[in-house]
Design a protein around this ligand. Structure first.
Ligand SMILES: [Zn+2]
Length: 286
């Protein structure tokens, strides 16, 4: 069933688990993520990354995943990841996302606040949840971060309180030392900062840039109040490696239908492993 971010995160803090959020950049990944959730009987967040909106086929991919989400035996939230401008966020709502992220984290905080507030007003009128970010989690596929982020990018707890109160967002992405893409060097998360934010802010908190963190860091983040964890780089790598392994074994003399089941299974296994690490629990909504 298709649910909002608000609904899917509602038991996370009380039951001490996080819901995994995985990017569906194509049909195979979308199917692998939902199948993994059904097999494990846990809720899952399916994310559509912003670059997908620049592709003409976006509405088709969205419709496929939405249809699959509605028919899923577990709660699925359809979420726009890193919507950087008003138009993309509105398109995501128009296409049927039940949740959107507006990412104004590189804007001056006043501008981020004003834009987020406007989006919250429209999204809530449409029954759609909103995630926003203050502080900034650096790095992307095209521009990987080179080590731990500068501390000036970390989320300020006082800013977080003010931002949540003023904007009415449903979830807040915080910067505590993670980066997008593969981590270069040793991650060192600021758990004290996370604890402080959790004590002061009452909406669910989101961790971006999950790939590359050791299992104990995930557990500690969840213990300290992280409710949603974005995870993609390692999933995409696992699927690609599995496909490459089959092709290499047959020295290239192989057809795609012989490769795709292996790739999909690798995706299912990688997602299920994160469910285990995130301690994700079954969720029963009326
Ligand atoms: Zn992110």
């Amino acid at each position: 069933m298709l649910v909002t971010l608000n609904e899917i995160l509602k038991e996370t803090r009380e039951k001490k688990y996080a819901v995994g959020a995985f990017n569906a950049t194509d049909y195979l990944l979308g199917e692998a993520v939902i199948k993994a959730a059904e097999e494990a009987n846990v809720p899952v967040i399916m994310m559509v990354p912003t670059p997908a909106f620049k592709v003409k086929q976006t509405p088709y991919l969205m419709q496929f995943i939405l249809d699959r989400a509605r028919k899923a035996s577990v709660p699925v939230c359809m979420h726009l990841d890193h919507g950087k401008d008003f138009d993309i966020v509105m398109q995501a709502i128009h296409y049927g996302c039940s949740s959107v992220m507006f990412d104004g984290s590189l804007l001056p905080i006043e501008e981020n606040l004003e834009k987020t507030k406007e989006i919250v007003k429209i999204a809530h009128a449409c029954g759609v949840s909103v995630e926003a970010e203050i502080g900034h989690v650096p790095g992307s596929k095209n521009q990987p971060a080179t080590g731990a982020p500068d501390e000036s990018m970390y989320t300020d707890p006082e800013d977080a309180v003010m931002f949540v109160k003023e904007t009415g967002v449903d979830a807040l992405a915080v910067s505590i030392g993670t980066v997008h893409g593969a981590f270069v060097g040793e991650p060192k998360l600021d758990f004290d900062r996370l604890k402080k934010i959790r004590e002061m802010v009452d909406v669910p908190l989101v961790l971006h840039g999950g790939s590359g963190l050791p299992e104990e860091d995930f557990r500690k983040c969840i213990e300290l109040g992280i409710s949603k964890i974005n995870f993609f780089t390692e999933l995409a790598t696992a699927v690609s490696r599995a496909a490459y392994g089959v092709m290499k074994e047959k020295e290239g003399n192989i057809m795609w239908p012989d490769v795709s089941p292996t790739a999909e299974q690798a995706g299912i296994d990688a997602v299920k492993e994160q469910f285990r690490i995130f301690n994700t629990q079954p969720l029963h909504l009326n």
